[in-house]
Design a protein around this ligand. Structure first.
Ligand code: TTP
Ligand code: CA
Length: 390
């Protein structure tokens, strides 16, 4: 068994303390990403779905089929279905293919995500979750810069997640975050791609610029307009020209990223993917207004949290826990991120109103949750900055 498996926490702490001694080692950075996450979780729960196209959807509730596909399994993607596609269109593409159309259950995926991240955290030197199903990690210290050892750790991660959750994932390993992320993207699904330091330049050379972490469609089209279509061409661009076009910070980043020399460290910390508050009502009630009035503080708490972290959200969820302790939720997803108090208040009031129409029992507790967070202001790191431009 290799030494990085099930490493005791004490050993890990010592490794972290020795972090500064890794400065002379070649960096070993990984990127972890679960395959077709929501849909795969549903397949695991209901094995009869295997082999069928699976759509996990957010229903808007206007008509039976109004809403969008949140994610689709690969079988469905083969027929041109993708995230964000209207359900009606996805169903049309899958006519006669016996698709399974499943309502998104965010709570369930958050639970799986938390367990996966905890497992990962114990197997790497530093873990930086960047979304519900993905994370960067650093293995420089524990592997002492050895890519063969890194491969063994990556394999043990894959095995562990498969055994514990029956989920497949893809992992990329390289000397920078950009290279690691490309590795997991390009090896999907069930992939493992290692790009050693020596192979980095030839690996990056033909990569289209829009595939680079942090390069969104807008940046890519400006670059293409400048005659720069590949990472190889970008690496040879004039620094001043890039700075003029994109500003110093992002211009310099583009140059480093395209040569696999981006230096941003993997920063530990579980970024919360949601904020929520649930309050116990003074008495059980079936009146949504009475319940909602008591949630005012909870809503203010969530709003304050968003403001202090400089975050916006896309999904708002009203949570009702009834006198028999059953739970019901109702969500609304906004097209663009929002974070103002008025929107949270009005939308959650509407969701509670809607929820009360179909509830038979009295409410005991009421809550609100915001998720699908993205940075808005006061960015402190390049990752957050990139998260925005992506
Ligand atoms: P992704 O990692 O982008 O996608 P994925 O895991 O479904 O597929 P892949 O195998 O290509 O990694 O997103 C993770 C989850 O986030 C996804 O399962 C559902 C959710 N999601 C949305 O709800 N809406 C979206 O537009 C996207 C892209 C993802
Ligand atoms: Ca994924």
């Amino acid at each position: 068994m290799d030494e990085t498996q099930n490493r005791p926490r004490r050993f890990k702490n010592i490794l972290n303390e020795l972090g500064h001694r890794t400065a002379f080692l070649p960096r070993v950075i990984g990127h972890f990403d679960l395959d077709y996450f929501y849909a795969q979780v549903e397949e695991v729960e209901d094995p009869s779905l295997k082999g069928r196209p699976v759509l996990v959807c957010v229903f808007s509730g206007r008509t039976e089929d109004s809403g969008v596909v949140s994610t689709a399994n690969y079988r469905a993607r083969d027929f041109g279905v993708h995230s964000g596609m209207p359900i009606v269109l996805a169903k049309k593409k899958l006519e006669g293919k016996n698709p399974a159309v499943i309502r998104m259950d965010h709570e369930k995926y958050e639970g799986v995500s938390a367990r996966v991240m905890e497992d990962l955290e114990g197997r790497v030197d530093v873990l930086e979750p960047t979304g519900i199903d993905e994370a960067f990690f650093d293995l420089t210290a524990s592997t002492r810069g050895d890519y063969a050892a890194a491969r063994r750790t990556a394999e043990s991660i894959k095995e562990s997640i498969l055994k514990a959750e029956h989920l497949t994932c893809s992992i990329g390993i390289g000397r920078s975050k950009v290279v690691a992320k490309l590795g997991s993207d390009m090896s999907k699904p069930e992939g493992l791609m290692m790009v050693t330091a020596d192979a980095t330049a030839s690996f990056l050379d033909p990569i289209p610029v829009e595939k680079l972490y942090g390069v969104g469609p807008k940046t890519a089209s400006v670059l293409v307009g400048m005659g720069i279509g590949t990472a190889g061409q970008l690496a040879k661009a004039e620094p001043e020209e890039l700075q003029r076009q994109f500003g110093k910070k992002f211009g310099d980043y583009l140059l480093l990223a395209s040569s696999g020399n981006d230096t941003e460290p993997v920063v530990a910390g579980l970024e919360p993917t949601q904020y929520s508050r649930i309050v116990t009502l003074r008495r059980d009630t079936s009146d949504p207004h009475e319940a909602f009035a008591q949630l005012a503080e909870g809503i203010e708490y969530v709003h304050k949290k968003l403001k202090s972290k400089g975050k916006s959200f896309r999904t708002l969820t009203a949570i009702g826990i009834y006198s028999d302790l059953s739970t019901k939720t109702k969500s609304r997803t906004f097209e663009t991120p929002v974070n103002d108090l008025g929107t949270i208040r009005e939308s959650s009031a509407a969701l509670f109103e809607e929820m009360s129409r179909s509830a038979e029992k009295a409410l005991r507790r009421a809550g609100v949750r915001v998720s699908g967070l993205s940075g808005t202001e006061g960015q402190t790191s390049l990752s957050e900055f990139l998260h925005q431009v992506k």
